[in-house]
Design a protein around this ligand. Structure first.
Ligand SMILES: [Zn+2]
Length: 196
């Protein structure tokens, strides 16, 4: 356990019911996907320090694979590009990724500038699509250690999907038809070309 932190001690002191925390205020939000009654929080497990390496081999990386498929590539820049997943359950999803298998930690200042520009341009391109109420921006690594800033487009007027629970809702929604996603991909691709 890191000497500088009493994080887990505070968690254990706050927990009851076999080490479980109580659901927080989020469980009462109108945008939370689940009803508060019956919710059970998982007990937090012990520290794992040092953490396992987040980097997987490029051969096992979904982002590297998508960069090899032109139907999934929306833009190629200097060090970064924009791709989309092969399918999704929202109006549209795009990922700003590094063109090589690297993490945000590896970018230099020019990479940071390019990332900021692409976040703004991809956000604008997705926000301009018909039927989009808002676009949320998240940094993950797709489980492989490949930089991926994920932009999620929320359907217009579906206010229960607002905010930080959008990804949880998306996991439960039915798939968006592939032809709709392909048509929107063309619009985003053209918008990013015009912007660049
Ligand atoms: Zn990769």
């Amino acid at each position: 356990m890191p000497e500088s932190s009493d994080f887990m001690a505070r968690v254990r002191a706050a927990a009851s019911d076999g080490g479980r925390l109580s659901p927080g205020s989020m469980a009462s939000w109108e945008v939370f996907p689940f009803e508060r009654e019956g919710l059970r929080v998982r007990p937090l497990e012990e520290y794992v320090v040092p953490e396992p390496d987040r980097r997987k081999a490029p051969e096992d990386c979904k982002s590297c694979s998508a960069l090899g498929r032109e139907d999934l590539v929306l833009h190629r820049g200097d060090r970064l590009g924009v791709i989309r997943p092969g399918g999704c359950n929202l109006v549209f999803v795009a990922n700003i990724v590094s063109l090589s298998h690297e993490m945000l930690d590896d970018l230099d200042d020019d990479g940071h500038v390019e990332l900021g520009r692409l976040v703004g341009r991809t956000y604008a391109a997705m926000k301009a699509l018909d039927g989009v109420g808002n676009v949320h921006v998240n940094k993950w690594e797709n489980g492989t250690g490949h930089l991926s800033v994920t932009l999620l487009a929320r359907p217009e007027g579906v206010l229960q999907l607002r905010g930080s629970n959008l990804a949880a809702w998306a996991d439960m929604l039915p798939p968006t038809p592939a032809d709709e996603l392909a048509a929107r991909a063309d619009l985003v691709r053209h918008a990013l070309t015009r912007a660049g």
